[in-house]
Design a protein around this ligand. Structure first.
Ligand SMILES: Cc1cc2nc3c(=O)[nH]c(=O)nc-3n(C[C@H](O)[C@H](O)[C@H](O)COP(=O)(O)OP(=O)(O)OC[C@H]3O[C@@H](n4cnc5c(N)ncnc54)[C@H](O)[C@@H]3O)c2cc1C
Length: 506
């Protein structure tokens, strides 16, 4: 280690963000003598309702060398191939946003342009036939994608639906086995270095002091270091995303485990349904200005698949972004860096991508401002792109049945989203900006699902003759149907490969 290497890192907070960060640092710096410590208190607890994920989490786990079947058993996970959106454009509508490509590109022409040039009535159900993960999801089937990139069976991906509390515990075991030390106790105050304003140490209620060179704030909504101490500031996004509360409740599941998450739009927000091996996670995310807590609870409880296993738990939040995700010697990850509602399961993904950026720009004690600025700029951009994608679901709607939907339908949208609309409405084109984490297929699926239509198809699709296009589309449809028909059911796949040993439900 050089003279100005960081020798001691303190992670404040032991929720999903804290333990993901601890696991990643303990793995990346395993051959150095940098000490990684984590402080948390069970008295405050964690949010821990992050149960649906995006496919990237598989790379995170693989990077840590985690065995997939073991992880699935321990976190009671199921596989996720898509998100089903019900009632978002009109009451009674439903479409699936798949985790994987539609069709296959032909002669460099993106598949969706071929499809749009060919199909007269552009609608989500006509598109479903060209998505293998949607075919699998609708038939309740699952098998992992093929590793041969030339195979049709390689063109989809998958994520997990899991018990987030168990995931944090799983990573804690991993990190502690690699030398991370955990301190239990409530942090009462923070001391700063008088010369440069850096954080020097935190003091616990019982008087213990934990000092470090570098701090990672994973303290959740409170932003103990990044906001309360370093005053990074917040950008409030509630005008665009007015939901500010959630009620969460688990219920009994059934034998048929769906390999997808469902998001059903309701009067003043939406309800999630996330099937795990041992139960179903449910919640109503709503705007407290548009519905009372009692009404929200009644709606949630009236729309469960089985008996509730607990009383609904209330979580309050503000949709915002920390203006500066890194200040001096402190970086924020997880809820302390901002919050976007879980409609597209992006929070854990944003933690993962924050960790990836942190490892790319890991500081020395010189804390190079250029790196810090780059980290902040990339984080800002990423949050804004995800925000715009979530707003799309609310804004591109014909719903006018409640004041909540009237507000969402008629609100002015951020400039980045307005530009996506303008470009799409021309020839159905979608451009992925600066490696944004939401890919073109996702934008396309949700735009079509929400009822947006281009005025004309992309002239590039005419490079292929009508006969050739027809032939290819028919071939893809048949191949997808046949592939899905041969797969095991999702429940059988889990039972045969990674079923958890269940304790009786309490
Ligand atoms: C309703 C809802 C549903 C969600 N669903 C999803 C989903 O489906 N998918 C998804 O990806 N994400 C989801 N999320 C987000 C996800 O839950 C969070 O991103 C994730 O849990 C990370 O939380 P965290 O670790 O940042 O904070 P927390 O879980 O709040 O952890 C904070 C930690 O800081 C500690 N702490 C705080 N103050 C102190 C102190 N003074 N002293 C010591 N320790 C302290 C606490 O003890 C705790 O350990 C959802 C969030 C909400 C609110």
């Amino acid at each position: 280690m050089s003279d100005n290497s960081v020798r001691r890192v303190l992670i404040v907070g032991g929720g999903t963000a804290g333990w993901m960060c601890a696991a990643a640092l303990s793995n990346a710096f395993r051959d150095t003598d940098m000490a990684v410590e984590l402080a948390e208190t069970e008295a405050i607890g964690t949010v821990g309702v992050g149960e649906a994920t995006r496919p990237h989490i598989r790379h995170f786990n693989a990077g840590l060398g985690i065995d997939e079947a073991d992880f699935i058993r321990e976190t009671r996970a199921t596989f996720k191939l898509a998100i089903e959106f019900c009632n978002w454009n009109r009451i009674g509508d439903s479409y699936l946003h798949p985790l994987g490509e539609y069709g296959m590109p032909a002669a460099e022409i993106e598949f969706h342009h071929l499809w749009a040039s060919f199909v007269e009535d552009l609608n989500a159900s006509a598109l479903d036939a060209y998505s293998l993960p949607i075919q699998m999801a609708r038939a309740n089937r699952f098998a992992p994608p093929h590793t041969d990139p030339n195979s049709l069976l390689s063109i989809y991906s998958y994520a997990y639906q899991f018990d987030a509390g168990r995931y944090a515990r799983y990573l804690r075991t991993y990190a502690e086995a690699r030398g991370v030390t955990r301190t239990e106790g409530r942090i009462q105050s923070v001391a700063r270095n008088g010369a440069n304003g850096h954080i020097a140490s935190v003091r616990l209620e019982d008087g213990r002091v934990l000092a470090a060179d570098f701090f990672v704030d994973c303290s959740g909504f409170s932003g103990l270091l990044i906001e309360k101490t370093l005053k990074a500031g917040c950008e409030d996004w509630t005008d665009w995303l007015p939901c500010d509360q959630a009620l969460a409740v688990p219920c009994e599941g059934s034998k048929e485990i769906t390999p997808y998450t469902r998001a059903t739009a309701r009067e003043a927000g939406w309800q999630w349904r996330i099937p795990l091996q041992h139960r179903i996670g449910n919640g109503y995310v709503y705007s407290s200005n548009h519905i009372s807590d009692d009404e929200a609870a009644a709606t949630l409880l009236a729309n469960l698949d089985g008996k509730p296993l607990a009383d609904p738990r209330c979580l309050r939040f503000v949709t915002d972004r920390r203006k500066q995700a890194w200040v001096k010697n402190c970086v924020a990850l997880g809820l302390s860096s901002g919050f976007l509602e879980p409609l597209e399961s992006t929070s854990i993904h944003l933690i993962q991508s924050g960790i990836a950026k942190l490892l790319q720009m890991f500081p020395s004690t010189a804390f190079e401002q250029a790196d810090i600025d780059r980290f902040k700029a990339r984080t800002k951009e990423e949050f804004e792109r995800v925000r715009d994608f979530i707003i799309l679901h609310y804004n591109a709607t014909t719903r006018d049945d409640t004041p909540f939907w009237d507000h969402c339908r008629t609100m002015p949208v951020p400039p980045g989203l307005a530009e996506k609309y303008r470009i799409f409405e021309g020839y159905g084109r979608i451009f992925r900006e600066n490696d944004e984490s939401v890919n073109d297929t996702s934008w396309f699926a949700v735009m079509i699902g929400q009822g947006l239509r281009p005025r004309a198809f992309d002239p590039v699709a005419e490079c292929l003759s009508e006969d050739e296009t027809r032939r290819r589309l028919a071939q893809i449809r048949q191949a997808m149907q046949a592939s899905s028909d041969h797969m095991p059911t999702h429940a059988d796949f889990i039972a045969n490969n990674c079923a958890a040993e269940m304790e009786p439900l309490s």
